[in-house]
Design a protein around this ligand. Sequence first.
Ligand code: COA
Length: 258
Amino acid sequence: MAYETLIVEVEDYVALVRLNRPDALNALNSRLMSELAAALTAADRDDNVRVIVLTGSEKAFAAGADVREMAGKSFTEVFFDNLFGPEAEAIGRVRKPIIAAVSGYCLGGGCELAMLCDFIVAGDTAKFGQPEINLGIVAGMGGTQRLTRLVGKSKSMDMHLTGRFMEAAEAERCGLVSRVFPSKDLMTEVMRIAQKIVEKSAVTALVVKECVNRAQETTLAEGLLFERRMFHALFATDDQKEGMAAFLEKRQPQFRDK
Ligand code: COA
């Protein structure tokens, strides 16, 4: 399917979804958000996709929600439209792993979108921020909640209250980002990471995602029980038999997602 604000390519079981509003540093307008929700939902349903990579341009992953589009809106308009709610929820429902590959500006809604993904890898030029306070608003797509869970209260407060930008190295140190690469190597490296995941059992990968996400949603006791039951459940799969047999026979496993 062709999109106006995205470029989507599927190759070797990886869907590469590129935000494509270069004139506005990939600012998230309503068109982009609805196309993104549709593209990620379609990738989730596509048997030729096992992993999704979401990226922007070298200059910007996304510089936030589209201020030009939002500026004149009233409370009742954004409230009745539930601005960003349905799209963020649709992205949150995607079951396959989504990796955010971030270069350049990753601000406001852009940072929130990256945090909606399962993990973030960054180029060394990446700049993260939640500068909504400078516009007289607060984050609205999960920023105050997800950033706080990822980096702790103190740094999250600092980011949201001052609106400052955080460089890639600091983002990696505080756990917002899993790995940093030289920006020129970012796409090669992220595709390499995606291929590593493609090689695993797709069943197991989905279970891993559900288990880790549970850690953000529930108490430790509930999360531990959920994980243990999923661990037990995977013994019902052929892929568990194959994975363990391959280890003992000192060969690469051939997973069949069964
Ligand atoms: N919404 C709408 N348009 C945006 C935008 C946003 N969030 N961020 C950037 N743009 C547009 C600019 O208006 C400009 O368009 P123009 O050429 O038609 O004027 C274009 O993208 C390039 O941005 P510009 O500001 O000229 O680039 P820069 O390199 O000088 O600065 C930023 C880059 C990211 C520091 C700056 O664009 C910025 O602060 N953006 C807003 C960040 C923000 O507050 N995000 C949270 C929104 S809730």
